[in-house]
Design a protein around this ligand. Structure first.
Ligand SMILES: NC(=O)c1ccc[n+]([C@@H]2O[C@H](COP(=O)([O-])OP(=O)(O)OC[C@H]3O[C@@H](n4cnc5c(N)ncnc54)[C@H](OP(=O)(O)O)[C@@H]3O)[C@@H](O)[C@H]2O)c1
Length: 237
């Protein structure tokens, strides 16, 4: 996919954070981008910053709901007639010692981070076969490094890494590229953070956007399938 102009992307969880930063960068490269989140008003507000009706589509879709994702993909195809890139990015983190984690916290992470990426893939795979497109998941370094209070989050992100690698093996025969991006700390609203000066040492969302552009522009014969990315220097406290 060396030419990005007018290619169509769908980013789940594009209302803020990493998804929003990637959307900004893809639109800057001339792409058309649909972004989603759970509340239409919030997504529409984000879309207003990004562009206009020619290059941005705001969608309400809860990735925990397979039907929502099918409907979102249909709306993209109705508007633009094609889908070239999917970034399964929507995710939540609830951190607590495993013996104190509630059922609700556990299931919210499994339903969003793990079931969500499956719903997004299933809903988009026919369109991606047609476009010989690219499906990318947003995993985490928590998909390879485990830590205290991370049992639920680690379980989902280890799962996303395994899911994406196996999906890559299934889908490459259709010329669909599949990759997972595994960032360390990114300056976003994740886990109720309010991005500010104190986050300057972290990866910024637009840096992940730059990485996605690099992946999309990679020669068709070459596939970086699992990408770890971390702050160059950790926080100096
Ligand atoms: N920040 C980090 O340090 C970091 C590091 C590694 C990996 N990640 C991963 O990066 C991804 C994006 O997180 P972020 O850091 O950008 O966090 P964020 O700023 O909190 O953004 C999360 C996004 O996900 C959306 N979302 C949450 N639940 C959803 C659902 N059920 N259906 C649809 N959208 C949903 C939110 O939209 P609404 O609230 O509007 O629904 C929002 O747009 C996550 O998968 C996260 O695990 C983050």
């Amino acid at each position: 996919m060396t030419e990005l102009k007018n290619k169509v992307a769908y980013i789940t969880g594009g209302s803020k954070g990493i998804g929003f930063g990637v959307a900004q960068r893809l639109i800057g490269a001339g792409m058309k981008v649909a972004i989603s989140g759970r509340t239409l008003k919030t997504v529409e507000k984000a879309a207003e910053y990004l562009g206009d009706e020619n290059n941005v589509l705001a969608l309400a879709s809860d990735v925990t709901q397979h039907e929502d994702e099918k409907e979102a993909i249909q709306q993209i195809l109705d508007k633009w007639g094609q889908l070239d890139v999917v970034l399964a990015n929507a995710g939540v983190g609830n951190f607590a010692p495993v013996d104190e984690m509630s059922d609700e916290q556990w299931h919210q992470m499994i339903d969003t981070n793990l079931n969500g990426v499956f719903h997004t893939l299933k809903a988009s795979v026919v369109a991606l076969k047609k476009s010989k497109g690219y499906y990318i998941t947003l995993a985490s370094l928590a998909g390879t490094n485990f830590f205290a209070q991370g049992a639920g989050y680690n379980a989902t992100k280890f799962g996303v890494v395994g899911f994406t690698q196996a999906a890559m093996l299934d889908l490459r025969k259709y010329d669909i590229k599949v990759s997972t991006i595994m960032p360390g700390s990114v300056a976003t609203h994740f886990n109720n953070n309010k991005p500010s000066e104190k986050d300057a040492w972290k990866i910024q969302p637009e840096d992940i956007g730059e990485l996605v552009i690099d992946l999309l522009k990679m020669h068709p014969r070459t596939l970086p399938s699992k990408i770890e990315v971390r702050p160059t220097r950790p926080d100096k406290k």
